[in-house]
Design a protein around this ligand. Structure first.
Ligand SMILES: *Cc1c(COP(=O)(O)O)cnc(C)c1O
Length: 404
């Protein structure tokens, strides 16, 4: 008789987005005349930039002829894309990353969920609270997190690092020493980030304690301030302690196209075992490459035209972020984020819980956002609005909120 991976049974249902959908549907049914504005889910709305579409079209045409057809892609990704990544995302910033340290994938969600496989089951993870749920859930599936406490909504073997207004959303070094530290900067859901000097302290901490940092840079393109690192490899010593994840979803609108990459430096070792070789082995065994057409699209992200068009796209979303942030401030809210990330994290007014505020905003302003408690216990009392909507709708949503 077969047995299941019992760890899956430990997962509490992730009711966040299904609860939101249920509440929204019920409201819409009861109020069919009300026009809802959705500033909840972290998906983009702008179409793929023309330079990228052009590159995809020509790659599609190549696939139609025997002479230019492409079958399986190389395990780690096509050299043309890895070269563009190294030149633009690293060399141009003065970071040392080599082509054979870049692993092209179908996105940062899978990489952030899979990367834990190359570490011991006994390793202890540390996460920020609130947090992108994939980091914790993938470790639950692997049996690394201990038992779940329903009351505190925490796992016995996970180290939580609260990030709240009280500590300016800067995680503090935990009392117990973690083996694996997940950092997502700029952060989803809080929209805040660390300065390069603060990140350097984490790199030093990891090197000193023999920990590895899994650094999720999905929102790197939204950084607007000079003292914020675009890559953890801008910090000294990061090559011996950090793995960096990138996505093309938020900077180039690839949420439906699917492309990402992970950097594992060859200097990152456990004794004399190279994590780069381990991840290469894992990639070669379990992944058969991102599609040729999509990798050509990724290459176009780094073309002159692509870069110019994406700069505009990011600016479009950041104009939304500014609209939300300033509109909320005018309405008397306490707000965070929205400067280096497309997320605004607001303090709920009048001691409302984050779900109470969700209902209030839905019913009174017909605006949908995301309750902070859905991202972890320290998200209680906060609420996330995203800048990924259309500008006209964002302006309208803020007018409604201001007139409450
Ligand atoms: C959106 C997002 C990603 C990107 O995931 P993809 O699989 O590349 O679309 C990764 N990490 C965080 C924190 C995100 O919010």
């Amino acid at each position: 008789m077969f047995q299941i991976n019992e760890n899956y049974q430990k997962l509490p249902g992730n009711y966040l987005f299904s609860t939101i959908a249920k509440k929204v549907n019920a409201f819409q049914e009861a109020n069919p005349d009300k026009e809802l504005i959705r500033l909840g889910i972290g998906d983009v709305t702008q179409p793929i930039a023309p330079a990228i579409i052009e590159a995809m079209h020509s790659a599609v045409d190549e696939m139609a002829h025997a002479e230019t057809f492409h079958g399986y892609a190389p395990d780690l990704g096509y050299e043309f894309l890895r070269k563009a990544i190294v030149e633009n995302d690293y060399k141009a910033r003065g970071c040392q990353v080599e082509i054979d340290e870049v692993f092209v994938s179908d996105g940062a969600k899978s990489d952030s969920g899979n990367i834990q496989e190359i570490f011991s089951e006994n390793n202890r993870i540390a996460v920020c609270d609130p947090v992108y749920p994939v980091y914790v859930d993938s470790n639950v599936m692997a049996g690394r997190t201990g038992t779940y406490d329903k009351n505190t909504e925490t796992w016995s073997n996970v180290i939580y690092m609260p990030c709240t207004a009280e500590n300016n959303f800067v995680p503090e070094f935990p009392k117990e020493t973690p083996d694996i530290i997940y950092l997502c900067l700029p952060n989803n859901p809080t929209g805040t980030t660390l300065t390069k000097a603060q990140l350097q302290e984490w790199v030093d901490y990891a090197n000193k304690n023999g920990a590895v940092i899994i650094y999720d840079a999905a929102y790197e393109a939204y950084i607007s301030e000079d003292d914020v690192a675009h890559s953890i490899y801008e910090c000294e010593g990061a090559r011996t302690c950090a793995i960096e994840l990138h996505s093309f979803s938020k900077n180039a609108g690839f949420t439906g196209v699917r492309l990402g990459y992970t950097v594992v430096p060859k200097d990152l070792k456990c004794g004399d075992v190279s994590l780069n070789s381990m991840w290469a082995r894992r990639h070669g065994t379990k992944f058969n490459g991102a599609p040729y057409i999509v990798q050509r699209a990724g290459e176009a992200v780094y073309s002159e035209a692509g870069k110019a068009q994406l700069k505009e796209q990011v600016a479009y979303y950041m104009k939304n972020a500014k609209t939300i942030k300033e509109g909320l401030k005018d309405a008397g809210y306490t707000v965070f984020g929205g400067v280096n990330a497309p997320y605004i994290w607001l303090k709920t007014p009048n001691q409302m819980t984050s779900w109470e505020f969700f209902d209030y905003l839905l019913e009174k302003a017909n605006v949908v956002g995301t309750p902070g408690a859905g991202f972890g216990p320290s998200g209680e009392g906060y609420f996330r609005l995203t800048a990924f909507g259309e500008y006209e709708n964002t302006v309208k949503a803020l007018e409604r909120i201001k007139s409450l």
